[in-house]
Write a protein that binds this ligand. Structure first.
Ligand SMILES: N[C@@H](CCC(=O)N[C@@H](CS)C(=O)NCC(=O)O)C(=O)O
Length: 212
């Protein structure tokens, strides 16, 4: 049987969530490099795989899938290894809620609004978009409080065990913590700080660190 293939780049938070799930399940796979931010945009070949030109795309046994939430749930259900989704309906709903919070609020405000505006753009000698930055500064504390309220004194977001919720959130927080003001905001939430320490000691976290 062919190894599953993940198309994408290791700097992408969404690709990293899928890779984290593969690592946590112990699934051997190939990461096929696709850079959607290269000049000229996604290649026609990639647009066949993903009509919206994004990463990741996953392939397994002739089955092709895009959208990270679908990919990580599929990885959990199609492969052996520790369950990454709680079976209790309330814990599972909490996991799904956290994944939606990551997509709807963390990605636009913590990753794009703060990391990209303040760190990536500065590295490229670009000035931030002040309106976007201001909005992100307003919403970042809301994002952190929401996560902090959900995790409370638990070890993980959804349950007593690591779940896909943790794997969707962690790559976004990793970029957010590269922003000095992000680190200060994060430090105010002791539950999140303890969760971060727990996450960063996992092999999957270290094996999926972006190389660029
Ligand atoms: N809803 C998509 C989002 C994927 C996504 O936005 N990926 C980013 C990289 S982290 C991307 O491909 N961006 C390219 C672009 O927006 O042009 C998913 O869940 O997979």
């Amino acid at each position: 049987m062919e190894k599953p293939r993940l198309f994408g780049a290791d700097y992408s938070v969404y690709v990293r969530s899928a890779r984290l799930a593969l690592h946590e399940k112990g699934v051997d796979h190939d990461l096929i490099s696709v850079d959607v931010f290269a000049p000229g945009g996604p290649s026609p070949e990639h647009l066949v795989r993903h009509p919206f030109g994004k990463i990741p795309v996953f392939e397994h046994d002739g089955f092709r899938l895009y959208e990270t939430g679908a990919i990580t749930r599929y990885i959990d259900e199609a492969f052996a290894g520790p369950a990454l989704q709680p079976s209790d309906p309330q814990h599972r709903a909490r996991m799904n809620q956290v994944i939606s919070i990551a997509d709807g609020y963390l990605y636009p405000h913590l990753v794009w609004g703060l990391y990209v505006e303040l760190v990536s753009k500065a590295e490229g000698g670009e000035l931030p978009d002040t309106a976007r930055l201001e909005r992100a500064r307003e919403l970042a504390p809301v994002c952190l409080k929401a996560l902090s309220d959900i995790i409370g004194s638990k070890a993980w977001f959804a349950d007593d065990n690591l779940s896909l919720a943790d794997l969707h959130v962690v790559p976004m927080i990793d970029y957010f913590l590269k922003v000095p003001e992000g680190r200060n905001m994060f430090a105010e939430h002791s539950g999140l700080v303890r969760w971060w320490e727990r996450m960063t000691t996992r092999d999957s976290f270290r094996q999926t660190l972006p190389t660029t």
